[in-house]
Ligand binder design. Structure first.
Ligand SMILES: Nc1ncnc2c1ncn2[C@@H]1O[C@H](COP(=O)(O)OP(=O)(O)OP(=O)(O)O)[C@@H](O)[C@H]1O
Ligand SMILES: *[C@@H]1O[C@H](CO)[C@@H](O)[C@H](O)[C@H]1NC(C)=O
Ligand SMILES: *[C@@H]1O[C@H](CO)[C@@H](O)[C@H](O)[C@H]1NC(C)=O
Ligand SMILES: *[C@@H]1O[C@H](CO)[C@@H](O)[C@H](O)[C@H]1NC(C)=O
Ligand SMILES: *[C@@H]1O[C@H](CO)[C@@H](O)[C@H](O)[C@H]1NC(C)=O
Ligand SMILES: *[C@@H]1O[C@H](CO)[C@@H](O)[C@H](O)[C@H]1NC(C)=O
Ligand SMILES: *[C@@H]1O[C@H](CO)[C@@H](O)[C@H](O)[C@H]1NC(C)=O
Length: 659
């Protein structure tokens, strides 16, 4: 009897820790919480609410599952409320984060039309500031966006329907004793606590921030007078929104407490808080380092042995194959063939590893054809058929300047792509190697023309428009005769397939990503042309698209070439290894064309058709001067005639600079 009673009591207590009443709740960790999540938001098994997951340009939301009544009747006014939460922002870089998170109260919990990055997943460029949004938010912003008059890249702000804060302050708190202001760094990865309080009588909003170990400071960080009765509807959801931009930060919430009316939100139980996921590693001592290294080594050996055993046993040649695949017969390779071809994916056959996976050389058993086999991790899920259909359709594209995709093979969690083998490897190793491997100008010019033809084919000549999305020197491979061939075409698309084009992450490589691609996430032939422009400069200058000078400062290759052109010294930017042997007229044509292609305004870039004509000397380059280009940049910086959606150019540049 007593046992039953005790159990009931225990159960009751447990439930109470999740939801006390309709207008009051506490989450000390989210392991048992039933939040309504969307986008990148997830709850880790440990109970941390991760609003973003460390992928670029995405958004995530989490709401208390049921909406609350915010208005009190008969007056019909929005009541006082109080909320507190504990959060942590973990950025990939110690001094730069993106973009931010917000606590919010909103009528609508569907934010499908909101944009990521500086829009924080709250609004988009059309509805920012619109009173029909009915959103009250407190933003924790780690990027300074001039279009929203942000005060810094580390501030808290009170926002009504808009990203332009009513009031905002740099993150920090006022010391109780001496009244001094102490700075805090939002992206430090430390746990911090926020209190948001609305006093209905005075229509007063207070926001207070403090490190998690501290009691609530008496003096709030930022306050505003705003009558929320003019903003919120009676029934509204409360929750969090967060978005990443060009930098992949993680926004985590660990605890959350809310109370309607004039009662302060109950304290969050600090002892029950979940552990933060992968905070930046700080090895504590040498002993720890050695122990960790030993443990890792041991586990590698053990798991290696296990994997070997398993592989030897039943999994050796296991693969996934479904009925619909029979129509792709000739494009479907058996895993056994690929395994034998690459001698079991032997290390000695490893050609390289890229962002998507490892590449091995192989010789097919029956045809004795030399191939390159690329292994990608791929979760089989709905849409696999479309995925494979896309790959087969890519495989049907044929051009002498493309690396032929011969076919594919599917295993559990894995996809293998089979390409023609390119004996001379990728172009980047010739551009940056110190030894004698360097290519002469004639060869480089030939490669450039080849790549241009390949891209022209993808954009305009084949039966549908194929956007490459990842043009760069390492994706240009050289065949036996040192002709340039584009690899990896169409592949990037498969990795952001199927979602809203405005919310897809930007696939590409820093320095090759056109500004509008960062803003809209939408790749087009003109974003390819931008990357091709960078590629032209890279090949002619023999330098990486993001350069570093002796002081360690980073800057863009495009700007450097433009600067030299202004000073009349463009010839000096040509690769030193080409000295003497180089046709400077051709090289300067390529450099200018590179600048023309890499213009920030998409509409000012030439099409690949024109690029091919310019390169072959069948059409002269249009007249333009370095000043024209600088003016274009300036116009972009001032946002003149510029789609305000998205990151501004200078901001993008600093982001890239810090990377
Ligand atoms: N068809 C091929 N023939 C010969 N070598 C290849 C072939 N494909 C790839 N490689 C080699 O494998 C390496 C890795 O290729 P992969 O395309 O995966 O990476 P990447 O282009 O460097 O980066 P990303 O995956 O971001 O495009 C290349 O640098 C190249 O040296
Ligand atoms: C993050 O979430 C997105 C969308 O939900 C998903 O496509 C992506 O793979 C996730 N990234 C990681 C690192 O889990
Ligand atoms: C979780 O919330 C959903 C909808 O808000 C509801 O249907 C479901 O019953 C809830 N589950 C639990 C375990 O509370
Ligand atoms: C909520 O917003 C979504 C898009 O963000 C919209 O489609 C939907 O109609 C809205 N619902 C209401 C009730 O306004
Ligand atoms: C605000 O949004 C409403 C509904 O979406 C729309 O009808 C109205 O035109 C918008 N107002 C402004 C100023 O954009
Ligand atoms: C706090 O930050 C502000 C703005 O970033 C800066 O001007 C000030 O010097 C900082 N103060 C301290 C004590 O670090
Ligand atoms: C707030 O707005 C509501 C509705 O517009 C109004 O009835 C109320 O008087 C306002 N409160 C104050 C203090 O101005």
């Amino acid at each position: 009897m007593c046992l039953v009673l005790c159990q009931l009591l225990f159960l009751g207590l447990n439930l109470a820790s999740l939801a006390i009443a309709d207008d009051q709740f506490i989450y000390s960790g989210f392991a048992q919480a039933n939040l309504s999540l969307d986008g990148t938001a997830t709850i880790t098994p440990g109970g941390v609410l991760e609003l973003t997951n460390g992928t670029f340009n995405l958004k995530g939301h989490a709401f208390h599952p049921t909406p609350l009544h915010f208005r009190q009747y008969p007056s019909g006014k929005v009541q006082s409320f109080s909320v507190t939460f504990i959060f942590s922002i973990i950025s990939a870089f110690p001094d730069k984060g993106a973009d931010g998170m917000a606590f919010l109260v909103s009528t609508n919990k569907s934010f499908s039309s909101a944009l990521p990055a500086q829009y924080l997943g709250l609004v988009n460029n059309h509805n920012n500031g619109n009173t029909s949004n009915h959103i009250f938010a407190v933003e924790l912003d780690t990027i300074q966006n001039s279009e929203f008059q942000d005060i810094s890249d580390n501030h808290a702000g009170i926002n009504i329907n808009s990203l332009h804060s009513v009031q905002s302050r740099d993150a920090g708190f006022y010391d109780e004793k001496n009244g001094m202001f102490n700075n805090m760094t939002l992206i430090s990865g430390e746990m911090m606590q926020v209190w948001v309080e609305y006093d209905a009588g005075a229509t007063w909003i207070d926001v207070t921030l403090a490190p998690v170990k501290m009691a609530k400071p008496a003096r709030p960080l930022v306050s505003a007078i705003y009558n929320l009765s003019t903003v919120l509807t009676d029934i509204a959801y409360i929750g969090f929104s967060s978005a990443t931009g060009v930098i992949n930060s993680k926004y985590c919430v660990l605890g959350w407490s809310f109370s309607m009316g004039n009662i302060a939100a109950s304290g969050i139980d600090m002892t029950k808080l979940p552990k933060l996921p992968h905070a930046r590693l700080r090895p504590h001592s040498k002993v720890l380092k050695i122990v960790m290294a030993a443990a890792i080594a041991a586990s590698v050996v053990v798991s290696g042995a296990l994997v070997l055993l398993l592989a030897r046993r039943k999994l050796a040649y296991a693969e996934l194959r479904e009925d619909w695949e029979t129509e792709f017969g000739q494009h479907r390779f058996s895993y056994k063939d690929l395994f034998l071809a690459t001698e079991g994916f032997e290390f000695k056959n490893l050609l390289g590893a890229g962002g998507f996976g490892m590449v091995h050389k192989g010789i097919l058993p029956t045809s004795k054809l030399e191939v390159a086999v690329k292994r990608l991790s791929h979760e089989s899920r709905q849409g696999t058929k479309e995925f494979i259909t896309e790959i087969v359709s890519i495989g049907r594209l044929r051009h002498r300047n493309l690396v032929q995709l011969l076919g594919y093979c599917r295993r559990k969690g894995e996809l293998l792509l089979v390409y023609d083998y390119m004996p001379n490897g990728s172009l980047d190793k010739y551009l940056y190697s110190e030894d004698e491997l360097s290519l002469d100008w004639t060869t480089r010019f030939n490669i450039i023309k080849g790549v241009a033809c390949g891209l022209f084919y993808l954009h305009e000549e084949c039966e549908r428009v194929v956007v490459h999305r990842d043009i760069k020197a390492s994706n240009v491979l050289l065949d036996r005769a040192l002709n340039g061939r584009l690899g990896d075409f169409g592949l990037a698309k498969l990795y952001d397939r199927g979602t809203d084009p405005r919310t897809t992450r930007v696939v590409g490589t820093m320095g090759y990503i056109a500004p509008e691609l960062v803003r809209t996430g939408k790749a087009s032939p003109l974003t390819d042309v931008f990357a091709f422009g960078t590629f032209l400069l890279e090949v002619t200058c023999g330098q990486r698209p993001v350069k570093q000078n002796a002081n360690g400062d980073r800057f863009m290759l495009v700007d450097w070439v433009l600067e030299h052109w202004k000073k009349g010294s463009m010839v000096e930017t040509i690769d030193k290894r080409l000295q003497g042997s180089c046709n400077t007229d051709e090289a300067c044509l390529v450099l200018k064309l590179g600048l023309l292609c890499s213009q920030p305004f998409a509409s000012a870039r030439p099409s690949m058709n024109h690029v091919v004509l310019y390169l072959n000397g069948d059409m002269p380059l249009p007249e333009f001067t370095p000043t024209d280009m600088s003016l274009n940049m300036l116009a972009l910086m001032e946002n003149r005639g510029f789609d305000p959606r998205g990151v501004s150019y200078p901001q993008l540049m600093t982001c890239i600079g810090t990377m």
